[in-house]
Write a protein that binds this ligand. Structure first.
Ligand code: GLU
Length: 447
């Protein structure tokens, strides 16, 4: 049995995109499943458009996602290898030097062309079945500008051959390139690898995927506070499924269950809401310490200070914060909009806000808060938990109308239209601050 060797072969002409991650992931999974080898090959034959910063971004992104490679190559380091094969092919008569009419003065007057046998090429695709192409229309195509400058199609085929690649898993935009690559392969005497072309990733409305649909570079997702586990899980399910409708799939399960024939033929749909949902799921699996770090990082300077000086309050805020976000960068937005201030600072507000929609009489509202104060007073400081607070207030609130008691109570604590329930809030703030804030609301209502 030959060892399975797969490769991910990005061109460093742009950052690592979510669609390319899928190509990398499937190739990686297949190699890991078969105890094979996963090669990372930087395809920088296009000297003008290839940039070191893009290569760095690709490596950074793959590393962050945990898609580790066993071997690394860069095409620009391999010129002598391509040259050797060009010379061999010329000797065999499969490639010839072709005199060209320069289009512009000073342009090269000679290129290397592949002598097209002009026939129908049929190949099997693991994901799509048999595909046939008549290569006649390609003519004698150019495979190198000169001996030092191979073109993309030639370098790919030489590399896959030299590196012993057994399975080529890549985007279906490469399908139309495959017949010409097979012709080159045959001329080189290279074995034909197994192909699997992945369906395009489309926006939910089946249009071309773009930033507008939430499709970002991998490093941008990292900045937004997405977790690598969520990205991997999300990407894995765009075009493949484990044979059921399971949504949460671990890496270990993917390695076990991944299968090339199960890759779907139709376009895969990119759904940012699903990614958010997955990310929320994985965020909830993080330790309290990790959550605290990620959140702290995104608080305003003032809130950071408060959090450091009030560690108890901060640690109790964490589950509440987590409940309301799908990715960590949302914390920044909420922090900047003042959403977390009331955990640390007594809120200021207009009297109107403390009045429930069905009970607009401030005197009655104030009387109800007075009763709440009375009930809370009986709870010992050390047992000021959501449960004891709820037990203390609940019967009374039910008796006289929950909204008319709980709305002013909650508003007194947060000064906001929306906030956690008053029991949770009171327990986070502690008895002293709770009483102080309710007394303030009563004063305001009666003023
Ligand atoms: N460098 C090519 C690309 O980024 C790779 C295609 C292939 O996998 O053969 O599209």
């Amino acid at each position: 049995m030959t060892e399975v060797i797969t490769r991910f072969a990005p061109s460093p002409t742009g950052v690592l995109h979510i669609g390319s991650v899928r190509t990398a992931l499937y190739s990686w999974l297949y190699a890991r499943q078969n105890n094979g080898k996963f090669i990372l090959r930087i395809e920088d034959t296009d000297k003008e458009r290839s940039k070191k910063e893009f290569e760095d971004n690709i490596l950074d992104g793959l590393n962050w996602l945990g898609l580790n490679h066993d071997e690394f190559y860069r095409q620009s380091d391999r010129s002598p290898i391509y040259k050797k094969h060009l010379i061999d092919l010329i000797a065999k008569g499969a490639v010839y030097l072709s005199k060209e009419e320069p289009k512009e003065p000073g342009e090269r007057a000679e290129v290397l062309r592949f002598k097209n046998p002009n026939r129908v090429v049929t190949f099997h695709d693991e994901a799509r079945g048999d595909i046939s192409f008549d290569t006649t229309e390609l003519g004698d195509f150019v495979i190198a500008k000169d001996f030092e400058s191979p073109l993309y199609h030639f370098a790919v085929v030489v590399d896959d051959f030299e590196m012993g690649v057994t399975h080529i898993i890549r985007g279906d935009d490469a399908i139309s390139n495959t017949p010409r690559q097979i012709l080159i392969q045959e001329a080189l005497g290279a074995p034909r690898p197994i192909y699997a072309h992945l369906p395009m990733i489309l926006a939910p409305d089946k249009s071309k995927l773009s930033k507008r649909h939430g499709a970002l570079a991998v490093t941008e997702y990292r900045e937004e506070g997405y977790l690598p586990e969520a990205i991997i899980n999300f990407v894995a399910l765009m075009g493949w499924n484990p044979g059921n409708d399971q949504e949460i799939v671990s890496i270990a399960e993917m390695i076990k269950l991944f299968s090339l024939p199960k890759i779907q033929k139709s376009g895969a749909v990119f759904n940012i809401d699903k990614l958010k949902w997955l990310n929320k799921f994985y965020i909830k699996t993080l330790t309290q310490e990790k959550l605290a770090n990620e959140i702290l990082l995104r608080l305003t300077e003032t809130l950071k200070e408060y959090a450091k000086n009030n560690p108890m309050i901060f640690s109790k805020m964490i589950p509440i914060i987590v409940e309301h976000i799908s990715f960590f960068e949302e914390v920044s937005t909420l922090a900047e909009s003042g959403e977390y201030d009331y955990f640390f600072v007594d809120p200021m507000y207009e009297r109107e806000g403390a009045l429930w929609k069905d009970e607009k009489d401030p005197i009655i509202a104030s009387q109800k808060l007075k009763k709440v104060l009375f009930l809370l007073n009986d709870i010992d400081d050390a047992f000021f938990t959501p449960e004891t607070i709820k037990t203390a207030v609940w019967n009374y609130a039910t008796e006289v109308g929950r909204g008319s008691v709980l709305w002013p109570m909650r508003f007194a604590l947060s000064g906001r239209e929306k906030s956690p329930d008053p029991f949770t809030l009171a327990s986070i703030l502690g008895k002293e601050a709770t009483i102080r804030r309710i007394e303030y609301a009563m004063k305001l209502l009666l003023s």
